[in-house]
Design a protein around this ligand. Sequence first.
Ligand SMILES: Nc1ncnc2c1ncn2[C@@H]1O[C@H](COP(=O)(O)OP(=O)(O)OP(=O)(O)O)[C@@H](O)[C@H]1O
Length: 343
Amino acid sequence: MITLNDVSKTFTKTFKKGTSIKAVDHVSLSIEQGEIFGIIGYSGAGKSTLIRMLNGLEKPTKGTVKVAGRDMGAIKGRELREARKEVSMIFQHFNLLWSRTVSENIEFPLEIAKVPKKKRKARVQELIKLVGLEGREDAYPSQLSGGQKQRVGIARALANNPKVLLCDEATSALDPQTTDDILDLLVDINKRLGLTIVLITHEMHVIRKICHRVAVMELGKVVETGQVLDVFKKPAAPITKRFVQQVTEPEETKETIEHLLEAYPTGQVVQLSFIGESAETPVLSDVIRSYKINVNILQGKISQTQNGSYGTLFIHVDGEQAEVSRAIDYLHKQDIGVEVISE
Ligand SMILES: Nc1ncnc2c1ncn2[C@@H]1O[C@H](COP(=O)(O)OP(=O)(O)OP(=O)(O)O)[C@@H](O)[C@H]1O
């Protein structure tokens, strides 16, 4: 559905002649139809520039950007307008028309596309239902919550049946619960309509929750790509490790471990990491049944990604030293990560 072939975008600084910024630097990517693809990076990494090249708002300085068979860097005028119907976008600050009601906002792209009035009204009703805004048709954006505003943005973006939905930090202005509701809606739309979704974010939580694959950007380059679960399992680039830690290791984990080591002077504190199917096998009950040990669960969390689950669990294993060692050897042989924190 989307192919970027060795794409670069350089901006020339107007205030300092002769200097330039390589916002996107030799990026090659391919995104399949029906995929939810996330691009993560810190501020200034080049995400916005990259996503804006997918709907022709920016033209590449070098390389080619193909979306649904069209060369987005080369097309102009009418063809570009046609292409933009197929590649729509939602934004961090919603970009709604404040003097129009919910229905009128959603109707707007249909008016531009010259859809007859009767058809427009029917389509708006369909979209209102799809995004769960029944009863709010006549409200103005100022009367809506952030989550409802983004639902209007999504409905408006879907009005002309696009093939690709671009999401530019679409949940960054929302609280955590509303973020989750909007992300659930995006997954639902992706499944129901088979829509390809490309999103940019600086939050690994967003990637973890809804993306199938992820690209990590740093200084204009894509430094890592892969299935979300694989990236969680084995993040390669240092920046990816930092992003993964955002969701796997809460700030307080280090303090908790220090506290646990003090609190449990005998036995051993062990950190188990579960990825994919191993998160669903009864490893703990097996080890308790097979060895004469006591296992105390100290802290743990299992999270879902679109490709499977992963998690970490801190346990305290106590008993006779030889038996504890045998139990830990057994854990090492399972398909899980095992790290002994105390000796
Ligand atoms: N129109 C422009 N003119 C000049 N420089 C630009 C322009 N747009 C982006 N840049 C520069 O390109 C680099 C990448 O910016 P970009 O907005 O793509 O990054 P980003 O990852 O989306 O960050 P943010 O989340 O802060 O928007 C930055 O150094 C930025 O200052």
